[in-house]
Every structure is written in C-alpha cells, then in structure tokens.
Design a protein around this ligand. Sequence first.
Ligand SMILES: [Zn+2]
Length: 525
Amino acid sequence: MRQRKLWMFFVVLLLAVPLCSQAQPNLAELKKEAMHAVDARQVFTQQVVDQIFSYAELGFQEFETSRFVTDILEKNGFKVERGVAGVPTAWVATYGSGKPVIAFITDIDCIPRASQKPGVAYHDPIIEGAPGHGEGHNSGQAVNVTAALVLREMMEKHRIAGTLKVFPGVAEELLGTKAFYVRAELFKDVDIVLGSHVNDSLGTGYGQTFSPQGLVSVQYYFHGRAAHAAGAPWDGRSALDAVELMDVGWNFRREHLRLAQRSHYVIINGGDQPNVVPSEAGVWYYFRELDYPHIKDLYELGNTMAQAATMMTGTTVSRRIVGSAWPGNFSKFVAEVQQKNIEVVGMPQWSEADQTLAKALQKEIGAKVDGLKVKVDELKAPSPETEAGGSDDVGDISWNVPMVYLRYPANIPNTPGHSWVDAVAMATPIAHKGSTAGAKVQALTALDFLLSPDLVKQAWDYFHTVQTKDMKYTPLIGPDDQPAIEFNKEKMDKFRPEMKKYYYDPAKYKTYLEQLGIQYPTVKK
Ligand SMILES: [Zn+2]
C-alpha cells in the first residue's frame, strides 16, 4: 500500500514537471518569443522613429515628443508621472510591481540647425536653419518602448514578476538633466538600468575610458556699468572687458594644465553696440576632465579666473551651472550578459538601397566609403590610452545603479556627428531596422534579469566591490542649482509653426519618406 502511494507520488511528479514548464516556459523559449514579438512590431517601431524625427525638438522643449511617447505608454498599461525632477518634459512610466526593477533610458532631444530630408545623401534641409535629429536621438524611444511593450505583454501572459520603468533623456545635448534625476532619487529603487544610444554598430561597453568625458558646463555673467563710450568712458566699467580678460587668462593658463583636460568657451553676450560701454556680458565654458576631483579642480580654477577678471575691470560676476556629467562607468557584469544577446540578435539585413545611401553619403562628405557595418562589435576592455570623446550625462546614473549603454546600428558610419549628415539615415529603413535590432537586445537582456534574481544580486556585488570601490558619487551640481528648463525656447518657438506642417501623419502615410515624397535612396548621379 505504502509502495503504491509512493509510486503514485512519482507519477504525479512526472506529470507536474511538463505542466509547470508549460505555465512558465524556460528562458530560451521566452527569448525566442520576445524576438518574434519585436519583429511583429516593426511597423510600430518605424512609426515611432519617423514621428519623433518629424518633431525634432531641442533640449528642454521636447513637449510633442514626450506627449507622444507617454500617450503610447499610458495606453499600454504604464502609469506615467510627468514633470519629474523639476523638468517639464521629463517623465517616468512604470509597469508591474515588486522586484526586480528594470529601467530603460534613452535621449529625445535634437541638434540646432540639423534639419535634413531623410534618405537624401547631400545637404537638403526640410526647413533651412531649423533643428533636426542630427544625432539620431529620435530612434531611442522606438528601441526602448518597443522592448518595454513586448516585455509588458510577456510579463502579463507568463506571470513574470517585476517592474519596468521607462525614462526619457531630456536635454542630453546640454548635459542638462541626469544629475537632477539622480538628485530627485528617480533611480532609488531601480536594480538595473538598460540605456540605449544610436550608433552605427551593435555593441556595448564597460568601465571608465581614459577620455575627458566628465564636465561642468557653466555660464559666467559679468556685470559692469554703462556709459557713453566716447563721452564718458571713465564712468563706465565694461563687462565685456571682463569676459575677454577671463578668456585671455584661461588661454595662458591652459599651457600649464594636465594633458587630460579639455576646455572651451563661447561668448554668449558681448554687449549691444560699440558706443555703449557694455554693462552686461557673458561667457559659457565647458570644463572637461577624467574624473570628479579633476573636474572639480578645473571648474574652481575657472571661477578663480572669472573673479580675477572682475578685479581687473571693476566689475562683478555671477554664474550658473547649466549642465554637468560624470564620466561613464558602465557595469562589466551587465555588459557581459548583454553581449551574449547582442551576438544572438546580430546585425540587421541591409538592403542594396541602404548600402547605396550610406556609401553615397560617405562619398559626399569625403569620408571613408565602406558602407554599413555587417558584424556586431566584440566586447572590449576600456582603452588605457587617451581618447577623444564627448560627454553624456548618463554617466551620473552609471555611478548610482548597475547600468549598461547599448549601441544600436541605426546610423551610417564615418559621419562627423551633431550635424545634418547624421540626420540623413534617421527616418529611413536603416534607422527602422537598427531600432528593431536594438529593441531585441533590450528585451532579451531585461528577461535575463527579470528571471534571475541572482544575476541582479551579482551585478550589485560587482557594483559595490569593484565598480565603485575607489570612488563614490558626489554630484557636480549644488543643492540650489536648477535645470535650465527655459533653454532653447526661443529657437523652438521660432521654427515650430513651420515645422508643424511637416509632422509625420501615420494615418495617411506608411512612412515619413512617403509623406515627404522622397525616392529612397536619393543620391547624386
Ligand atoms: Zn546622444
């Protein structure tokens, strides 16, 4: 009798095993399902890419873009909180509950004067002088939101526990918000951050590079006294003199700074007209260095120069931090998990037309003509050599949560960046396919962490014991600094009425190329 009971028990157990695996498929099966689900959303992904391309909004003015993306997320069951961290165009969209909390972030702002017809391999603006997606940030939300919607559906269907959060990178070109996001504790409960950024390749990275990627962006406003420049110059105190003397002082001192620093400035206000001694003048500096202590030193030296200039000119100075960034410090542990997914997803299948556009553009700008990349990047250790490189304020997040920054292949190689050239591919099949590839990697990597609490724990162990062992995060902004939310308003107001005529209408046109009546590709004969 007892034996029979035992036997029955084994039969039940044997039956239960396949039943269980039917309720919760294994990771490999879930990943396959996610890949199919992303592919099934190719039209959606294309529409998001094209829509945001047509909005082309400068940093802090991303109102249409934010409305568009948050509407989609809300309709799909995400709870949206708007205006977070004191930034009107910032938001966080949340789905699910409990641990782990996986966050996605990617930029949404564009570049001044980069207006360009997509699919055209020479300079041909949609609107002369208008802003345009001359970096390709229009594709980021297509990547992250496609992945988030697929994950939400799968979490519901397979009862996968956890929380998804989607963030926009507002005003990344001004390095204007992430330090404020961190200060507002938006990442306090987040376990893993999966960032994504447009590129010409599919890859990821980790660690800190030996390039001056951290910075303080600060504006100095000098205040003098106006007077008739010929009638009573002795009564005047020139704020412009102070700007010039600060710049001269800085340029002499530059010789005696570390080789690792990069600093540059533009005069934002040089007075009104020559016969009025300028009572107000301003200069905008970027102080870049390798790490927090050196950035801080460089910035303090800048303040000293400004102070010294006031002493020489009898003026006063005030200043405002308008942006800041820690150098990136991405997680090797998470990058290794992500790299496996990159290799599974692989590069998109480029068409003849895609390659023709890429090569024609490369030829047009005098760059190396080698077309689009066909192989994914290997995961490499950060280079110990001094490298060129810009800054990105996601750096601040990477020092607070284990984070990786996926590069997805939505743009053409060998371009200069930050110009109309980099807008050419950004509402074409190159950007559409590249965004689909990016969305797959994001979804697969999220599944890895959603299904394995142990991986999350290991990422945090690595974060504490290796990644941030020797340096802890201290914000470069002070407690009273505020985001520069009024920036770019005038520029955007000037162009928006004209740009509205060119907003993409997916109800009428399959693609933005079709709406603009552009033959793909359009190249010089
Ligand atoms: Zn960017």
